[in-house]
Structure formats: structure tokens, C-alpha cells
Design a protein. Structure first.
Length: 275
């Protein structure tokens, strides 16, 4: 790491909660990283089909990251060895790619984080192998819309509690549940930083949003109860009641009057289409 990078990294300031306030120029770096992560998720869409293994999908993602000259943030992170997490059906998050063969109707979240010029782009979205059943389709739609209910709350002066409350209210009004055990996070030139971005809560609580904050919003929504458990591999989180789970994630930045989404899909594929 050269001196210029070090100097750049320490510009900006911290809030009393330890949340970094980034400078206007930093939005450009986050856009580049976010756009690449989103592009990779666009390109993997055509590969998701019955008969394909999650390991094969991860290999394609790994090759795409390497081909661009970017780095995967997850390979080597706490010993993790893959360029994506792929969470199928009742897996809530952190599913490890491997020999699992997708079946018709399976739903899956693919989560990718890349590093471009030191900036982290982190995003995930849902895919379907074949056609989903009606319940799965509804779960995906509610989770997608819940993310955007949360993003609508992002502007200076609002709080992180406003984000969580909007997501929780929408999900529960659709008789589904919000996972409490995992949350969004700050990011920028680091993978995970303050704050924890909860997807439930009360309006007006937690830290106040300020221009220059970067973080993810990534609600996990279950058709059944919210409780999860982590399998013995220490990564894979599943619903305790084996109900289906879905998740969508964007990386965002607070602007002077609202929000910028860094991980928008270049070709409009953030929501899956059902073939």
C-alpha cells in the first residue's frame, strides 16, 4: 500500500458511533466496484438452470472476477475459499458452493463481493432454476420490495432505525418474517465496518444518517419463522423450521439529499424473471 493510498484512506471523518464519513470523490470508487459486482451477477443469470451445480456457478464467477483484474473479497476471508456464497431454498445466507445440483423450482441467492482499486462492491440477488412455485415467487417479490422500502428511507437526518422499521413493517404485513441474526454493514475500503444495519427496529432509533456514509442493506426474509441456525461447517445459515428464505442486497451511499445505489444491475436483471 503506497503513501498516497494511506493518505486517501484517512481522509474523511468518523461519527461518534465509529461510522466513516466519506468524501464526494469516494463515490466514484464505490460505483466502479459496485458496477462490476452487479455486472457479474447479471452475467451469471443465464447459467442458473436445473442440473447445474452451485460449484459450477461459483467457478464461472471466479473466472469472471479474475478476467477483469479485480479481486474477490471472499476468497481467503476467515478461511472461506469461494468467490460467492450461494444459498439455496431454506439456506438463509453464506451457503458454500459445491456439488449440490439445482432442481427445477429451486430458488437461490448469489452473493458476490469484489475489490476494485481498493473499494468493495457487495451485492446479492435471487435466481430461480426453472420455475418457482407460487409461494416462492411471492417470497422473492416481497423480499425485493422490502429492500427498496428500506432504501427509500436513506437520506440525511433519517436514522438506521427508520430503514429497519420500514423493512420489518412491509415484510410482516405480508405475513412473512425478517431474519434477526444477520444484518447489513458499513463498507468502503474495508469489507465490514460500523454500523450494523438491522432490517427490523423502531423509527427514529440508532445512528442518524449523514452524507458520505456507505453501507449495505440486505434483508433476509423467511416464509416461516425468523429463527436461524448455523450448520457445523460454521458458515451455512438455515431456517430452523426449514421454511424458504430469500435475500436481496445493495450497497448504497448517502448523498446530500437522498441515496445513491452503487450496485444497480447494468441490464435490469436485479429481479429474476421466470422462464
Amino acid at each position: 500500500m503506497d503513501g498516497a493510498t494511506l493518505e486517501h484512506q484517512h481522509k474523511g471523518r468518523m461519527t461518534k458511533e465509529g461510522i466513516r464519513i466519506h468524501e464526494t470523490a469516494d463515490f466514484e470508487g464505490m460505483h466502479a466496484a459496485g458496477a462490476l459486482a452487479a455486472q457479474i451477477l447479471d452475467e451469471i443469470a443465464d447459467e442458473v438452470a436445473p442440473g447445474v451445480t452451485t460449484g459450477a456457478l461459483d467457478q464461472i464467477i471466479t473466472d469472471k472476477v479474475n478476467d477483469t483484474g479485480a479481486k474477490s473479497a471472499t476468497i481467503g476471508y476467515k478461511g472461506y475459499q469461494h468467490a460467492s456464497c450461494i444459498s439455496v431454498n431454506h439456506v438463509v445466507c453464506h451457503g458454500i458452493p459445491g456439488p449440490k445440483v439445482l432442481k427445477d423450482g429451486d430458488i437461490l441467492n448469489i452473493d458476490v463481493t469484489v475489490i476494485v482499486d481498493g473499494w468493495f462492491g457487495d451485492t446479492s440477488r435471487m435466481y430461480v432454476a426453472g420455475r418457482p412455485n407460487r409461494k416462492a415467487e411471492r417470497l422473492i417479490q416481497v423480499t425485493h420490495d422490502a429492500l427498496f422500502k428500506g432504501i427509500e428511507q436513506v437520506k440525511p437526518g433519517n436514522t438506521f432505525g427508520d430503514i429497519g422499521a420500514a423493512i420489518q413493517k412491509y415484510v410482516e404485513s405480508n405475513r412473512m418474517s425478517v431474519v434477526r441474526d444477520f444484518c447489513g454493514h458499513g463498507l468502503g475500503r474495508v469489507f465490514h465496518a460500523p454500523p450494523n444495519v438491522l432490517h427490523y427496529g423502531r423509527p427514529g432509533t440508532n445512528a442518524t444518517l449523514e452524507e458520505g456514509m456507505f453501507f449495505t442493506i440486505e434483508p433476509m426474509v423467511n416464509l416461516g419463522r425468523p429463527e436461524t441456525k448455523v450448520l457445523p461447517d460454521d458458515w451455512t445459515a438455515v431456517t430452523r423450521d426449514r421454511s424458504l428464505s430469500a435475500q436481496f442486497e445493495h450497497s448504497v451511499g448517502v448523498t446530500s439529499d437522498g441515496v445513491e445505489i452503487f450496485t444497480l444491475s447494468p441490464s435490469g436483471k436485479f429481479h429474476p424473471t421466470y422462464g
